[in-house]
Design a protein around this ligand. Sequence first.
Ligand SMILES: Nc1ncnc2c1ncn2[C@@H]1O[C@H](COP(=O)(O)OP(=O)(O)OP(=O)(O)O)[C@@H](O)[C@H]1O
Ligand SMILES: [Mg+2]
Length: 330
Amino acid sequence: MSAVLEIQGLEKTYRSRKGVRKALDGFDMVVEAGQVHGFLGPNGSGKTTTLRTLLGLIKPNGGRMSILGREVPQALPEVIGAIGAIVESPQFFANFTAQETLSLLAEAGGVDQARVTEVFELVGLRDRAKDRVKTYSLGMKQRLAVASALLKNPTLLILDEPANGLDPGGIREMRTLMRNLADVGMTVVVSSHILGEIQLICDSVTIISAGRRVAAGTVADVLAQHQAASVRVRVESPGDLAAAADTLREIGAQVVVEPDHLLVSGVAQPGAITRALAAGDVFVSELAPVAVDLESVFLELTGTTPVEGVYRQIDESVTAPATPNGGWGQ
Ligand SMILES: Nc1ncnc2c1ncn2[C@@H]1O[C@H](COP(=O)(O)OP(=O)(O)OP(=O)(O)O)[C@@H](O)[C@H]1O
Ligand SMILES: [Mg+2]
């Protein structure tokens, strides 16, 4: 596999009359060919800034980037034909029909008109293509945007929050579409907040927090690296839970007592739990590793786990140490 997209040490500082804001602080990212890659991070962490910088829409203050093996922004004119992108909501002329919109874009880009029909079919807008864009719902506009990005059958498709405004059925269709595109060799980079969805479709992910990479790799690897080594323990008689907790603490375990089970960590071998409890005449009815999901890893790594009574403010996510040699994940 080769890297379709590579970013090293990307820096971006916005300067305005209000002051200076460091949006990217030595950000790294690698995306291999043919993958669906999830680009995840809390609001304001730098996702859109990264994508806009990649596409030459804003200038970085440092670092390097390559797309399809060519350094960008210098070589952007050579690779731009192979990139389809929607970064934040694109604007279309409200009075044009969707069909007119894409036909014009196809004409401007030297794309065959037959492809227009094809992309409407792909994004599920076939029967509404003749409607004016101003009559479109948010989700339909989002689909139209994806259709426009697919027109030139790109090698690399970059989608910033494509699930925005889509209903659950639409999200599922978008998921299938991205998977199908990757299966025929397209590389798809998708930023999203809907982590359950990402977990289902992505081969690999990059998690960004406060302008730096905090995790990267396959979904399985990222989960495995952050798998809390805790097990859920149920006992035959729930009345024994408190005593069981005491017994386990005596062998050095950390125990959280829940109404109908214990959460136990700090024990190297689960067998030690069964043995210790059986010795005290308490019998285990369930012993199961607690699975972590991408959402809990994301919340932990970005420091955005909700805390009761605290209204978390934008910019309060966690900053990772800079890793100039790309020491995280892959
Ligand atoms: N044009 C700009 N001028 C000044 N600051 C900006 C500008 N664009 C973005 N920023 C700041 O840079 C930081 C990163 O913003 P960015 O839009 O990249 O975040 P994001 O990860 O895409 O967030 P979201 O999930 O909300 O879309 C934020 O603090 C934002 O306020
Ligand atoms: Mg954004």
